[in-house]
Design a protein around this ligand. Structure first.
Ligand SMILES: *Cc1c(COP(=O)(O)O)cnc(C)c1O
Length: 389
């Protein structure tokens, strides 16, 4: 099988699994207990916190473990909204965020908050000018994703961070797709809160973290015990935390070399598809995009059919985000960059990872034209176009 769906999830790296294994049935102590195996667990949790902090260039005590990207997004946004309710009730976000952000904002609207959903340009970029113009007296939070999970576009995070700081407004970014692909320094970039998720960069599922800059007040999302310095209740997911620490250390080491290698494969696939197959268009920015993201629309095609035929040829890819496949609505991201419904339906996302090779890329380029041709032969619209009607 050739796996081209790293934006949906990744395999746990062998070194990560190896680091985690002792923490299931040997070193299983509760990190909050005072006896030796409890204290060993505590040390492992704190070592992982340092690994995350060093990957983001923040302090260990600014890192809080959560159950993944969705929880981190929910916590950052609801936590900041409820903690700052007296200051104001306006939030700025973009219309291409992950549903973990969009649905949280929609929930907050029901609670009386006002949300501005900024548009994006044809490449999926948020305009810094638009952010500036959307700021009001009562704006308490700006939440803009670092990089988009469907089309890979990277946002002007440092510029937005600067504007947020000038206006003393909190700035959160969903960096779930960016960690391990783009170098991140939360201090230099003016980020107050950042969400990440281990399973997107070689760690296990169900574990993530939220960076909260020291001094930033956010209400708790999960209430209960005193874990995570009283901010996030629940017995620590020990093995998961150890796995997250190891995975982020590996993912952020030699990040420039690795991402350049992956970007070369990305460009090879992108150019290969766009030149070999007619009636195609690239979604997202041609260069300002995640090193592993290719997203291309094929006219006269249904995405689902394309995915099934690719799967029959041993290639796993996606037609949008995993959450939207299975539903008939076209992706909100593709609609936001101006694709008509029909074309948005025929989109293919190839997301590359470290273990992909140029042979994988060649195999895709060998298989795909035939698949597209076969599907187009079944399209009455395509037939008309071919006959020149
Ligand atoms: C995958 C993803 C999430 C959700 O993370 P989970 O750990 O799966 O909850 C949030 N935002 C983005 C951009 C993602 O790609």
């Amino acid at each position: 099988m050739i796996y081209f769906d790293h934006a949906a999830t990744t395999a746990v790296k062998p070194q990560v699994l190896e680091a985690m294994l002792p923490y299931f049935s040997e070193n299983y102590g509760n990190a909050s207990s005072i006896y030796t195996i409890g204290q060993q667990s505590r040390a492992a949790v704190e070592a992982a916190r340092e690994q995350v902090a060093s990957a983001l260039s923040c302090l260990p005590r600014e890192v809080y473990f959560t159950a993944g990207g969705s929880e981190s997004d929910n916590w950052a946004i609801k936590g900041a909204a409820f903690a700052n309710r007296k200051k104001g009730n306006h939030i700025i976000t973009s219309c291409i965020e992950h549903h973990a952000v969009l649905h949280t904002c929609q929930y907050l609207e029901k609670q009386g908050f006002e949300v501005t959903y900024l548009p994006v340009n044809e490449y999926g970029e948020v305009s810094v000018e638009d952010v500036k113009n959307a700021i009001r007296e009562d704006t308490i939070l700006i939440t803009i994703m670092f990089a988009n999970n469907e089309i890979g576009t990277i946002q002007p995070i440092s510029e937005i961070g600067k504007i947020a700081a000038e206006h003393k407004i909190l700035f959160h970014t969903d960096a779930v797709q960016a960690v391990g692909a783009v170098p991140i320094n939360v201090k230099e970039m003016g980020i107050d809160m950042l969400s990440l998720s281990a399973h997107k960069f070689g760690g296990p599922k169900g574990i993530g973290a939220l960076y909260i800059r020291g001094g930033v007040r956010v209400d708790n999302l999960v209430h209960g015990g005193a874990q995570e310095r009283n901010k996030r209740a629940g017995t620590e997911n020990l093995a998961g935390i150890v796995g997250l620490g190891k995975a982020i250390e590996l993912a952020t080491a030699d990040i420039t070399t690795k991402s350049e290698k992956i970007a070369a494969m990305r460009d090879y696939i992108m150019n290969g598809i766009l030149t070999k197959i007619p009636y195609t268009r690239l979604n997202g920015h041609p260069t300002n995009r995640l090193c592993g993201n290719v997203n291309i629309s094929f006219e006269f095609i249904e995405g689902e059919g394309m995915l099934l035929l690719l799967d029959m040829n041993g290639i796993a890819a996606s037609s949008g985000s995993a959450c939207t496949s299975g539903s008939l609505d076209p992706s909100h991201v593709l609609l936001a960059i101006g694709l008509p419904h029909g074309i948005a339906h025929g989109s293919l996302r190839i997301s590359l990872g470290e273990e992909n090779t140029m042979e994988d890329a060649d195999r895709l380029l060998e298989i795909l034209p035939g698949i597209i041709d076969r599907l187009r032969q079944m399209s009455p619209l395509y037939e008309e176009v071919e006959r020149g009607e």
